[in-house]
Design a protein around this ligand. Structure first.
Ligand code: BGC
Length: 906
């Protein structure tokens, strides 16, 4: 071979190796992988870089969009091509091509360049597909069963229609929604694994429809469409007043099946007068709180022959303007739990224990006698004596009944869910075989993003409980609890838990959807309901710490995901809320309105000593007024609304001045001496600088008077350990975290909890219950400590919104010898793990590509630190190493690092 060609070959090889150092993957559109049926006309793209080199930053990208696979693969006939854009932006790159069309699939790919001179190959090809973007795209009509129920409890109506497919099908999409919940079948098969669709939104203003690719369900010749509707949130029981039909009295269906044939022709099957309906299906009743009654003898495939004598349908002329594409993740089945054991209770009940308090239902394999009824009732706990306990469910029955047909059966409910660890079985002949019962957890399909483990097994169980609190209460909307007659979108609970939730799982789409309902249900004067979707007006709408969800979650969301589009969308709602409080305040004091205050703070039955940790409700309100105003200022400055920044900065000063006049003595004592009062005043910077440290000392003193126990309720709990850390008392925060007696986070863990309890002492040490009527064992609010565990123990923080710059500053303590956390951010995985052996410490850190980390090595003296056996001063991707107090601070580019040193002073 000639020298020249050898050289070329060599160069090509060098280029290839060089090019593959950098790759791009994990492409998402509006946080989703290949979403179908989107409604956003300006979708946001994101991708992750991987590189074998440390310290990698994107310097440029090129993104291409085309309408077909061959076009995108060849880079021809592109509908949008950014060309090479010199930019480090790899998240929230907004689509800026020609106007998007309805029902169109768009393919896209991206490639990037980095600061080392590498170019990535093109990414794999991804797509997104729009749904029906305009109301006029719908030709379907709303239909209801011929027989009117007038809101009475009734069997689940089944709708039927047959149609012919007479040419080869290229693709088919079903656009569908319901008043109630739907289960849709084509030719006898469920068209998806989604549960409880269309989900819960503020139905009259926003009703989600879903889009399904149903191509594979069709066959040539006769086809059968059947849809069953459950009562769901639309017309079932909601709240504790035994009230139904909050949104409407009749179940309804909107159905549009669009078939595209190989020759390009189309056929559309829509819900209209041509359908049939029947109440003779197997689901005799279905209700979220109450459970389901299923008569398997009536469970027959729906065929034209079966539906021959069915009644017709009523077409209802309703506006379609409230339809919106599905935004949040669908609810689907997740973990399964085998039955642990069968228990005979003292009362003689037959009970099965699944070992985990979860939300979902039980699948049963059974062969019983035809006509027998198997009943399964669900409970979270057994009582002191070991009997099945449902007192805390209030009016919610949580009972599924199956009338058996005598064959081998597999049974599970359709339109309900239960919060339970235990089930009670009746109606069986003989003892149950535990292997025939499986508990299935159902929840919104969010990607797990965070892990936290440590050398302390009780804290690990706490983390487990927090995660299960999240799973069970993220069933389409963020709920307070999943078992009793509430399961509502209590706004206070959601804002309290948001940060922790966003560590554990990717909650971006979930909250994007719910925040739209916050905005939709906000009163015209800016007041925000305490429950979203808002079922009714309440006296306490606008309660401090609840209604402030309208500024707290959008701002925290921005911190975690860096999503400006979300902030822009919520901005008017944030501002309206602050303006509402301003309109009702007097002399800048928010001292009116009904408030929940520091809900469920520490109290005792016999309180002669005055230990109850009561905090003045208006003092609390004033701190949240400041917090919301601060969030609004933050959002305004990100969005470049300079006038608003000026206006609200002036307002914020007045709010804080008013707070100091009204609630603080000249020497810095607050009118309420509780932990929550000091925590909120410090967390939201209410006090002048010169009074802060002494206030922190008062907080610590207060904690000491309770012998290192926490006394905060919902509003103080998320911030207490953060405030302690900020003012130099991380040791006290560790003491609170590791406290094992009531009130504390670990007390329920010691009592065998597998989820977070609503009350610090839901079950007392003697096994009795704290309360009958309001005592949930799956309420995530107190799980808000998770945020501190990730942020302080393992030290993972977003220094810039969306983790473009990361601060990793673990703080050792509490006799932990190891702690490790991982977090999948928009840029990739951040990890921080530390281990102490005597005075020796090792720290393993991962910084994703296209980010930079500020790392603080606790108790390190620069000379002694090595990184993978190299003196830290010689490590190229580490810069700006400086001593900072007892620690060492440095800046590190992307990569994985292994630091080792001896703790200084030891
Ligand atoms: C809910 C709470 C909620 C509260 C309002 C309760 O019934 O379960 O978690 O925030 O009401 O104070």
């Amino acid at each position: 071979m000639k020298k020249a060609s050898l050289l070329i070959l060599f160069l090509v090889q060098v280029l290839l190796v060089h090019a593959q150092k950098l790759t791009v993957s994990a492409l998402t559109t509006d946080y989703n992988n290949n979403p179908v049926g989107t409604g956003n006309v300006k979708p946001a793209f994101a991708w992750k870089l991987s590189s074998s080199e440390r310290n990698t930053l994107q310097t440029a990208y090129e993104l291409q969009v085309a309408a077909t696979m061959p076009d995108i693969s060849s880079g021809k006939n592109l509908s949008w091509n950014t060309g090479r854009v010199n930019s480090g932006q790899s998240v929230h790159v907004l689509y800026n091509g020609p106007e998007l069309k309805s029902r169109q699939r768009y393919y896209w790919r991206v490639r990037v360049w980095d600061n080392h001179g590498n170019a990535s190959p093109w990414s794999g090809i991804k797509y997104w597909e729009t749904g029906l973007l305009n109301p006029s795209d719908w030709s379907a009509k709303w239909i209801e069963a011929a027989e009117i129920t007038n809101g009475a409890v009734s069997p689940a109506p089944v709708f039927f229609r047959s149609f012919n497919v007479s040419a080869p099908v290229k693709s088919a999409r079903l656009y569908i929604t319901a008043h109630g919940l739907y289960e849709a079948k084509l030719n006898g098969k469920n068209i998806s694994n989604h549960l409880l669709a269309p989900g819960w939104t503020s139905y009259h203003k926003r009703l989600q429809y879903q889009t399904y690719d149903v191509t594979s369900f069709l066959k040539s010749g006769g086809n059968v469409a059947a849809v069953t509707l459950g009562d769901g949130w639309y017309r079932g029981f909601l709240e504790w007043q035994r009230k139904r039909n909050w949104y409407g009295k009749e179940a309804g269906l909107l159905y549009q099946l669009e078939i595209t044939f190989a020759d390009g022709k189309k056929q559309v099957i829509v819900s209209d007068e041509g359908w049939k309906s029947s109440f003779d299906g197997p689901i005799k009743t279905s209700d979220i709180y109450m459970g389901e009654t299923f008569d398997s003898r009536l469970d027959k495939p729906v065929t034209a022959a079966v539906a021959k004598n069915w009644k017709g349908v009523r077409v209802v002329h309703t506006s379609l303007d409230n339809l919106v594409a599905q935004q949040g993740p669908p609810v689907v089945r997740h973990e399964q739990f085998k039955a642990l054991k069968v228990i005979k209770t003292p009362k003689g009940e037959t009970v099965i224990d699944f070992g985990q308090n979860l939300v979902g239902w039980v699948q049963v394999k059974i062969k019983g006698r035809a006509g027998d009824t198997l009943k399964i009732k669900h409970a979270e706990v057994l009582d002191k004596e070991g009997n099945f306990y449902t007192g805390n469910l209030r009016t919610a029955q949580q009972e599924d009944s199956y009338i058996l047909d005598g064959t081998d059966q597999f049974l599970e409910p359709h339109f309900t869910f239960h919060g339970f660890r235990f089930i009670k079985i009746t109606g069986l002949h003989g003892e149950p075989d535990k292997d025939n019962f499986t508990a299935v957890a159902i929840y919104s399909d969010m990607q797990p993003t965070g892990t936290f483990t440590s050398s302390n097994s009780l804290v690990n169980q706490l983390q487990h409980n927090i995660q299960w609190g999240q799973k069970g209460n993220f069933v389409d909307i963020p709920t307070d609890c999943p078992q009793r007659d509430e399961r509502l979108g209590w706004t206070g609970d959601a804002q309290v838990f948001f940060n922790t939730a966003a560590y554990n799982m990717n909650v971006a789409s979930f909250f994007t959807k719910w925040l739209q309902d916050v905005k939709a249900d906000q009163y015209a004067n800016g007041r925000v309901p305490v429950v979203i979707p808002a079922t009714q007006k309440r006296g306490n709408d606008g309660s401090a710490g609840w209604a402030d969800v309208s500024t707290i979650i959008p701002w925290n969301f921005y911190t975690v995901y860096g999503d400006k589009q979300l902030l822009e969308h919520q901005y008017s709602s944030m501002k309206a809320w602050v303006e509402y409080v301003r309109s009702i305040s007097k002399n800048n004091l928010w001292n009116s309105g009904g408030h929940y205050g520091d809900w469920l703070f520490y109290t005792m039955a016999d309180d002669r000593d005055g230990k109850a940790a009561i905090t003045d409700k208006y003092l609390i309100a004033q701190t949240f007024y400041a917090a919301s105003t601060q969030n609004l200022i933050n959002a305004a400055s990100v969005l470049g609304k300079n006038d608003d920044v000026a206006t609200y900065t002036a307002l914020l000063k007045n709010i804080k001045d008013a707070f100091n006049r009204e609630y603080v003595t000249p020497s810095g004592r607050l009118v309420s001496g509780s932990q929550t009062a000091y925590v909120l005043a410090l967390n939201f910077d209410m006090l002048p600088e010169n009074l802060r440290q002494q206030a922190a000392q008062r907080l610590v003193d207060n904690i000491k008077t309770y012998k290192n126990h926490i006394t905060t309720g919902f509003l103080g709990t998320p911030y207490i350990c953060h405030v302690l850390t900020r003012f130099g008392y991380t040791d006290v925060a560790y003491k609170l975290l590791l406290q094992e007696t009531y009130p504390s986070w670990l007390y329920p863990v010691k009592m065998g909890a597998t989820t977070i309890w609503e009350r610090w002492d839901g079950i007392k040490t003697d096994g009795t219950f704290e309360a009958e009527s309001m005592n949930s064992f799956n309420h995530y609010s107190y799980g808000a400590i998770g945020d501190w565990m990730y942020k302080v123990i393992t030290g993972i923080n977003a220094a810039e919104p969306g983790y473009k710059t990361i601060r990793i500053a673990p703080q050792l303590g509490g006799n932990f010898t190891t702690a490790a956390a991982g977090l999948e951010t928009m840029y990739g995985k951040v990890a921080s793990a530390w281990k102490t052996e005597g005075s020796k410490i090792t720290l393993d850190i991962t910084v994703p590509a296209n980010t930079t980390a500020k790392i603080v090595l606790p108790g390190a003296a620069s000379a002694a630190v090595t990184e993978s056996s190299v003196a830290i001063s010689k490590v190229k991707s580490v810069k700006d190493v400086i001593k900072s107090g007892n620690d060492l601070a440095l800046t590190a580019g992307s990569g994985t690092y292994h630091f080792e040193y001896t703790l200084s002073g030891k």
